[in-house]
Every structure is written in C-alpha cells, then in structure tokens.
Write a protein that binds this ligand. Structure first.
Ligand SMILES: Nc1nc2c(ncn2[C@@H]2O[C@H](COP(=O)(O)OP(=O)(O)OP(=O)(O)O)[C@@H](O)[C@H]2O)c(=O)[nH]1
Ligand SMILES: [Mg+2]
Length: 349
C-alpha cells in the first residue's frame, strides 16, 4: 500500500516524510526537485505489543505501509496545473496525504491552510477533467463505446461543479471500468497540517477543521520539524522527550494509523510463541481471503478459522482459557474479518 505525501512547494512534505520514516532525505526549497523519496513504515499497534508481551515470541511483526514523498508541485495561484512528473507520481499511489503549510515560511508568508487545501483540490480536479475531456474527444470521433461515454460525461458534470469524484456515488462496475484512469480525485485523501514547534500537540484551527469536515476529509496536525527530531532519537530518549511535550506517543504514530485507515485497511492478528503479527487486510474481506494473505496453501486447504478477540486473549491469557470461557469462535470461509481479530487457521496440506 503506497501513500503519497503531496502538496505545494515548501509545505514540508520531505520534513513530514522524514518524521514518518525516520530517514534523512534532504529538505529545503527544491531539494527534492525531480526526486521521489520512498520509505516503508511500521504501523504502530498496541494490540501486537500486548500479544507479544503475552507470548514473548521470537519475532514481532507490524503491518507496513509505504510513504512516497512526491516531487515538487507548482506554487498556489500559478494556475499552470501540476507538472507531468508530479501527476504521474500521484496517480501511482493508493491514497494521498496533502501536506498543508501551517508555519510562516522563510519568505515570512503567513500560512493560509484553507486556501492552500482548496487550491490543491482544484489542481487535482482540473487534471482529472483534462483526462476525461481528452478521452471523450477520442470516443466521440470513433462513435463507439456509448456506455463509457455516458459514464465519463456524468463524471465530467460532477467535476465541472468543482466536486471531487470520490463524492460521486459509483457502483463497483463503474469503479472497475474507471480503474485504469487512476483519477486523482477518486483517491482517498486526507489533510495534514504541518505546524511550527510551539503549536505541537495543539488542536487544528476551528476553520480548517470545519473545512475538512465539510469536504469529508480526515485531518491530522503534526509539527514536522519536531517529529523529525523525535524520529531520529533512540527509543529511551524519544519516550522522555515525547512525555515532556505532554504527548502519549509521537504524533507520527497517530498519523500513520490514520493513513492506514484511510487506505481502507484493517489488521487481523496471529499470535504464538514463534511470531506475533499484524496482517493488513482490505476492510470487508472474508476469512478465506485473510488466509491467502498468510499463504496460498492455507487459502487452498482452508478448513476453518478459530477466531478470538485480541482483548479477550490478552485478558484471559491463553487460547485454551478463551475456549473454556466460550470466547473462541469457529468461523467459515465467508466470515467477515473484523479489525483486531486474532485468527488461527485450520487447513489441509
Ligand atoms: N518553521 C518551520 N519550518 C518548517 C517546518 N516544516 C518544514 N519547514 C522548513 O520549510 C522548508 C521546506 O521544507 P521541506 O520539508 O523541504 O518542504 P517540501 O514540501 O518537501 O519542499 P519541496 O520538496 O521543495 O516542495 C525547510 O527549510 C524546512 O526546514 C515547520 O513545521 N516549521
Ligand atoms: Mg521536498
């Protein structure tokens, strides 16, 4: 699962990227021009930690997502559209996190988060419109594909009203036939307000909160430069520093989990003395699909899933105790897996 950090120049994309990944990509205006940074990140998960405490396993494995610091986009108001390279990089990711500048930059320009968020949305909207118009022209010439033409015209009308495609009600068939376009405004989007140090831990400004709510977007506030320092610290030092800021954990952790949810992912868990592990799974998937995430043999030979809630397992202390307390369920292939289910698959080899 790849998540793009996108936004206007100097909004702090690379700073946030470093904060999330613990890497040290070069920051500063234009540092990354033409260069895309990629970094895998473990999704912090207190449930995995609790299970690992119980089993003391040889290996503890967290779910992972990849962040992609997409190269430079144009200045707000410039109106030239996003450059081709940026667009290509943005189309390749599964979800978009728009990094919005919340600090006064080196030119002492005050942050204007709402107009920045809005301008970026317009850029993405235009880019999708251009794609549709080009395609429509071709179809009209060929005088073929009436169904596709009708669908694209519906999308165009929606975009023309300044609305993103993700707010349009599309069925699975439509979505399937559109997947090749990789429309930007169809991708899950969240806002990340990058604030200065002295605003670390404070809530988002009310007006931006209202904008995000009205647009149906998630919003996370993060002090990029502080979080970047935190990400570089050794774990003990990190704990002390985070506590001194009055936080439970680095904001990066909260953000990573939000990004994970944004991609429509949940985690099911496996637990034992060998390994305690979180497995990413598309929300709404069944047990058969989950089995296939672990191994195709388990999917093929699937007999049943033994499911227990992680809270019950941690509270009662063992699978046997859960069985005694009737907290262990036997589920078939079609069972819809829930976030935080601990599953033991029975299968034929
Ligand atoms: N004061 C302050 N400065 C920041 C913050 N975040 C980033 N900066 C500075 O702003 C400048 C741009 O940050 P980058 O992270 O390189 O921004 P970017 O979006 O990657 O920039 P481009 O890749 O050029 O588009 C750098 O000099 C950062 O140190 C912040 O939260 N507070
Ligand atoms: Mg950068």
């Amino acid at each position: 699962m790849k998540i793009g950090l996108v936004g206007f120049p100097g909004s702090g994309k690379t700073t946030v990227f470093n904060a999330l990944t613990g890497l040290s990509a070069e920051t500063g205006y234009g540092a990354a021009r033409g260069k895309t940074n990629l970094g895998a990140v473990k999704v912090p998960d207190a449930r995995v930690d609790a299970l690992a405490k119980l089993y003391n396993p040889k290996k503890t494995v967290y779910a992972e997502i990849t962040f992609c610091d997409v190269a430079v986009a144009p200045t707000p108001g410039q109106g030239k559209g996003l450059d081709e390279q940026v667009l290509r990089a943005m189309r390749e990711v599964d979800a978009l996190c728009h990094v919005v500048r919340g600090f006064a930059n080196s030119a002492a320009e005050a942050p204007q988060p709402i107009s920045e968020a809005h301008d970026f949305e317009i850029e993405m909207n235009l880019s999708d419109l251009i794609l549709i118009e080009t395609r429509l022209e071709r179809i009209k010439k060929e005088k073929a594909k009436p169904a596709e033409k009708e669908l694209l015209e519906k999308l165009k009308a929606h975009l023309d009203q300044g609305k993103p495609l993700r707010s349009l009600d599309l069925n699975a068939t439509d979505l399937g036939s559109l997947s090749g376009y990789r429309f930007l405004t169809l991708k899950p989007l969240m806002l990340i307000l990058n604030v200065p140090e002295d605003e670390a831990g404070k809530p988002a400004p009310a007006d931006l909160e209202a904008y995000a709510k009205q647009s149906g977007l998630g919003l996370v506030v993060l002090a990029g430069t502080v979080e970047m320092d935190i990400a570089q610290m050794a774990s003990e030092e990190q704990k002390e520093f985070v506590a001194s800021l009055g936080l439970d954990e680095p904001a990066a952790g909260r953000f990573i989990r939000a990004a994970y949810t944004l991609c429509d992912l949940i985690s099911f868990l496996t637990a034992g003395e060998d390994e305690c592990r979180a497995w990413p799974l598309r929300k709404g998937s069944n047990a058969h699909r989950a089995a296939g995430k672990i191994h195709s043999d388990i999917e093929r030979g699937f007999i049943r899933a033994e499911v227990v809630r992680w809270e019950d397992l941690v509270k009662l202390g063992s699978e046997a105790k859960c069985r005694e307390a009737a907290k262990l369920r036997l589920e078939g292939k079609e069972y819809t897996v829930a976030d935080g289910d601990v599953i033991n698959f029975r299968f034929n080899v």
